[in-house]
Every structure is written in C-alpha cells, then in structure tokens.
Design a binder for this molecule. Sequence first.
Ligand code: HEM
Length: 112
Amino acid sequence: MEAIRVVLFVCHFTALAVLLCGLVAGRDPLAKASVAVLGAAAAMLVTGVLLVVVQVARDLPVNGPKVAVKAGLAVAVLGCALWARRSARDGGPRLWAGGLTIANAVVAMAWN
Ligand code: HEM
C-alpha cells in the first residue's frame, strides 16, 4: 500500500509540474491551452482522489474539509483548463487555471 501511495504521490506532483509548465510554456501566451494541460488538470483530480482512497484504506485520518476544498478547487481548475482549450486569444481562463492551481498547492501545504 505504501508503494501505491508513493507512485500516486509522484504522479500527483508530475501532473502539477506539467500543468503549471504547460500553462506558462509556449511562445504565444494567448494561444489555446494544450492537451497536456487538460490531461494534467484531470490527472490532479484523479490522483488526488486515489490518494484519499489509499489513506482511507490504510485507516489513516482524512482531513475532510481540506479534501473537499482541494477537490472543489481541482474541479474549478479542470473547468478553466477546458475553457482555455476552447477559447483561443483569451488569456483569462489560463490565468484562472494557474491561479487556482497555486491556491490549491497553498491549501495542500498550509492546511494541516
Ligand atoms: C490543482 C489541484 C491540486 C493541487 C495543486 C494539489 C497539490 C498538492 C500538493 C502540493 C501536495 C503535497 C503537500 C501535502 O502532502 O499536503 C498534495 C498532496 C495531497 N493531495 Fe493534492 N493537489 C491537488 C488536487 C487534489 C485533489 C483533488 C485531492 C483529493 C480530492 C488531493 C489530495 C491530496 C492528498 C490526499 C495529498 C497527501 C498525500 C500524502 O501525503 O500521502 N489533491 N497535493
């Protein structure tokens, strides 16, 4: 079970790196978001939920309110990534996706 947790954790962080890099990469900051950004946003959500499942399976305590806030923010990030994929020439959704991702990382680190 610990090995599964480590693999999921690495995937969680890899998705975070791909998401943030994908949002700032590219010569045109107003271009459509890439498929990688979309996939990474979905992967954050999926690996996050699976990390919680592993915690429950190990009978470890789960911080319910924190998980709910993280899940809500992750869904919002995925929505913004979809929006950024569809609307070229509009930097708004890309900025929202990046800002909410950083907000979620702050929640993850600062809320114990
Ligand atoms: C944009 C979305 C997300 C970002 C930026 C993010 C960021 C992070 C970061 C920086 C950590 C490491 C700090 C820590 O251990 O607390 C972490 C861990 C964790 N995240 Fe996320 N997260 C996201 C989505 C989610 C979602 C949707 C869930 C669950 C519904 C989730 C559940 C977890 C859990 C359970 C851990 C702790 C893993 C462990 O220590 O074994 N995350 N996340």
